[in-house]
Design a protein around this ligand. Structure first.
Ligand code: GDP
Length: 297
């Protein structure tokens, strides 16, 4: 994750920290490079601009203490600003799942990793949080997707709602809700249908399901490799359905990572988890400190 961005910033700050004292010009030159690096990492222009402006303001006004070089000071300011840009409120990965059975609605485009993420998160809830979890697929147009969730459920030892042919998504959601109550489940996760593009039917279906179960969390799964597209998808889903958090998948790939930086700034939604591979354990909470550290190298 963030390889190109961290390499780039690493180079910039290496040069910076090797110099003894810094003039305003030095700071400006370095930050210009940071800006280019951010844009190359597919961070959106307004976010990159805002970021640089904030850093510049703090760097210029900051008193340089004796213990650090001006370069180190700028690095620290960039680091802190990265965290501020990335961070959401509350604990990373925290989910509102207190009132059992708590519904979690999983939404996203087809191929984003939604079904895989549903299972990964179910496994995490089961193993780390000791929750009894039920999963249900609402993807009635793609029987293979429903079976995929069932197979993953067997693999991780999490129950899935039995598949009933011909049932519509709202009926499945209602059945999941009933089953979750009767079966003493803490959480039930609804894996909604994915499409290649956001269309009216997809949104309507997700909205209908939302209105029936009143989800405690609506998690949008987006492919982290798609950069600004991921942010656009998030904005649209949030406008139309309302999203409580984002899961960025494929952060194990050598993507440019800009989506993470832009996501919070543009959508106002926290990234709760990142997907780091195909395996069921490859899900981590999104930790701004760690990500900022990785970006700076
Ligand atoms: P859906 O159509 O959104 O439900 O997508 P799937 O869950 O079926 O995932 C599509 C493909 O992406 C599968 O081959 C997954 O194994 C893979 N995938 C999902 N999440 C990740 C991830 O975080 N990293 C990698 N490398 N692959 C992932």
């Amino acid at each position: 994750m963030f390889e190109s961005l961290s390499e780039r910033l690493g180079g910039v700050f290496d040069r910076l920290t090797k110099q003894g004292a810094l003039s305003e010009d030095d700071v400006r030159t370095a930050l210009r490079e940071v800006r280019v690096a951010l844009l190359e990492a597919d961070v959106s222009l307004p976010v990159a601009r805002q970021f640089i402006k904030a850093v510049e303001k703090k760097a210029t006004g900051a008193a340089v203490t004796k213990s650090v070089t001006p370069g180190q000071q700028v690095v620290k300011i960039v680091h802190d600003e990265l965290i501020a840009t990335l961070a959401g409120e509350g604990e990373p990965g925290a989910l509102r799942i207190d009132n059992a059975p708590a519904p979690i609605l999983m939404v996203g485009l087809q191929g984003s990793g939604k079904t895989t993420t549903t299972a990964k998160l179910a496994k995490r809830l089961k193993e780390r949080d000791r929750k009894k979890v039920l999963m249900a697929s609402l993807d009635v147009n793609r029987p293979a997707a429903m079976e995929q969730l069932q197979i993953l459920g067997q693999q991780i030892g999490v129950d899935t709602l039995p598949i009933v042919k011909g049932e519509d998504p709202v009926a499945i959601a209602k059945r999941a809700k009933t089953q979750a109550s009767l079966g003493g489940y803490d959480v039930y996760m609804l894996d909604t249908a994915g499409r290649l593009h956001i269309d009216a039917e997809l949104i309507q279906q997700a909205a209908d399901v939302r209105d029936v179960v009143n989800p405690r969390e609506t998690l949008l799964v987006v492919d982290g490799l798609t950069g600004q597209d991921a942010v656009n998808v998030a904005t649209e889903f949030d406008d139309k359905i309302g999203v409580s958090g984002v899961v960025l998948t494929r952060m194990d790939g050598d993507g440019r990572g800009g989506a993470a930086l832009s996501m919070r700034a543009i959508t106002g939604k926290p990234i709760k988890f990142v997907g780091l591979g195909e395996k069921m354990d490859a899900l981590e909470t999104f930790e701004p400190e760690r990500v900022a550290g990785r970006i700076l190298g």
